[in-house]
Ligand binder design. Structure first.
Ligand code: PLP
Length: 402
């Protein structure tokens, strides 16, 4: 089963990855999503769309992002070699610009009037506001008030870029609530609005589309790694919020069964507490925001409040393809705590001169811990999904760096 599964045929025509994904939404929204799917299928392989997207990736984003052998970090742990895929070097500082440009191009192609989105850490919001400014589209970003306070620089950036930022105060005033709010806005005029979902989540076709746009990361990384070392990495590791940077990295390696794929979830204050967002590790099958996946939920199926020091990771659901990869054991899902993340934030800064996003620090922290248990001839490729400029003030306060 594991060997025979052709991941290239996923999702099926109804948007399912095994039993996960789909379109658990009202009839009239299914119609809207199917229109997006049809438009996407129509243009995705056209030269016009691909040429424009690749042009922007190269000359606007600065792709390909390099792979960097983190020698001092590897030495510090005394084991395997750690390589970083530098998505932090992209324009806007993270991987999210990869799918935002794709989504905004699609919205423009469909002649949509307004692009709506949710944001957690503000990275998706900034990336989308950037893409909308570039393509001349109206942009409205829904963001939890807690995140607005924590990620102030990104809020200001979105406004400078011409986007409207809508504060969301309901619930825990974080990512999940922002998604709810953005969905409600979409329902007001689904013909003219385009909801640019910020990860490989939501109803079909978004998990597929966002994965396709992010898969540039793994395609580049696979070729670069072969060129640098003459072989494929032994491990490919990425952090998991909704799962887009991880799917972006994993997709190119799905059929390379010798490459172990590891997703790192946020364990927050610890898996034994309620303050984490380790959905694949601790969740159960359910649904959220229009698709089936593992969910951190109560007995009634209501999503639980989740927490992580990294705003971009605190989501109680997770991309449907990750759920399948977990079940068939093609990928393994582990977690790192806030403390481990903070520790790596400082270590990577001081050993390599790279300030990582708190989200990405989770992946590097797990990779370093794993590296210490492996031989020097083993290679670990980590997706450094974003840079930590946005987190510097927050960390400084937390660690009392004046
Ligand atoms: C948003 C974000 C993430 C988490 O989102 P995924 O969809 O899981 O990739 C990870 N890293 C950074 C830097 C982010 O901005």
């Amino acid at each position: 089963m594991k060997e025979k599964l052709d991941h290239k045929n996923l999702p099926d025509k109804d948007g399912f990855f095994g039993e996960y994904g789909g379109q658990l939404i009202p009839e009239h929204l299914i119609k809207v999503m199917n229109e997006i799917n049809d438009a996407y299928v129509e243009i995705k392989d056209s030269n016009k769309f691909q040429d424009e997207l690749n042009y922007l990736y190269k000359y606007y984003v600065g792709r390909p992002s390099p792979i960097y052998h983190a020698r001092r970090l590897s030495e510090a742990y005394g084991g395997a070699q750690i390589y970083l895929k530098r998505e932090d070097l992209n324009h806007t500082g993270a991987h999210k610009i990869n799918h935002c440009l794709g989504e905004a191009l699609l919205a423009k192609f469909m002649k949509k009037k307004k692009v709506i989105a949710e944001t957690g850490a503000g990275q998706h919001g900034v990336a989308l506001a950037t893409a909308c400014a570039l393509l001349g589209l109206e942009c409205e970003i829904h963001m939890g008030e807690v995140d607005i306070k924590k990620e102030h620089p990104n809020v200001v950036k979105m406004k400078i870029l011409g986007a409207r930022v809508l504060p969301v105060s309901r619930g825990t005033a974080t990512l999940k609530d922002a998604v709810d709010s953005a969905f409600e806005e979409l329902l007001k005029d689904p013909q003219n609005f385009f909801y640019a979902i910020g990860s490989v989540v939501g109803p079909h076709p978004f998990p597929m589309m966002v994965r396709d746009f992010q898969s540039i990361v793994g395609r580049e990384a696979r070729a670069q790694f072969l060129e640098m070392t003459g072989k494929l990495p032994d491990y490919a590791i990425a952090c998991i919020g909704g799962g887009s940077n991880a799917m972006g990295l994993f997709t190119a390696f799905l059929h390379d069964l010798d490459v172990k794929l590891i997703g790192v979830e946020p364990a927050g204050l610890g898996l034994h507490t309620n303050d984490h967002a380790a959905t694949l590790t601790k969740g159960s099958k359910g649904s959220i925001h229009g698709f089936k996946c593992y969910v951190l939920q109560d007995e009634k199926g209501e999503p639980l409040p989740v927490y992580s020091i990294a705003s971009g990771l605190d989501y109680p659901g997770v991309g449907p393809q990750h759920c399948l990869l977990k079940d068939i054991k093609r990928a393994e899902y582990v977690s790192c705590t806030d403390d481990e993340c903070l520790d790596m934030f400082m270590q990577l800064s001081r050993l390599e001169g790279i300030i990582p996003a708190l989200e990405s620090s989770h992946a590097v922290a797990y990779a370093a811990k794993l590296a210490g248990t492996l031989g020097k001839d083993v290679n670990i490729l980590v997706n450094l999904s974003g840079r930590g400029d946005k987190d510097a003030d927050f960390v400084a306060k937390k660690l009392k760096i004046h």
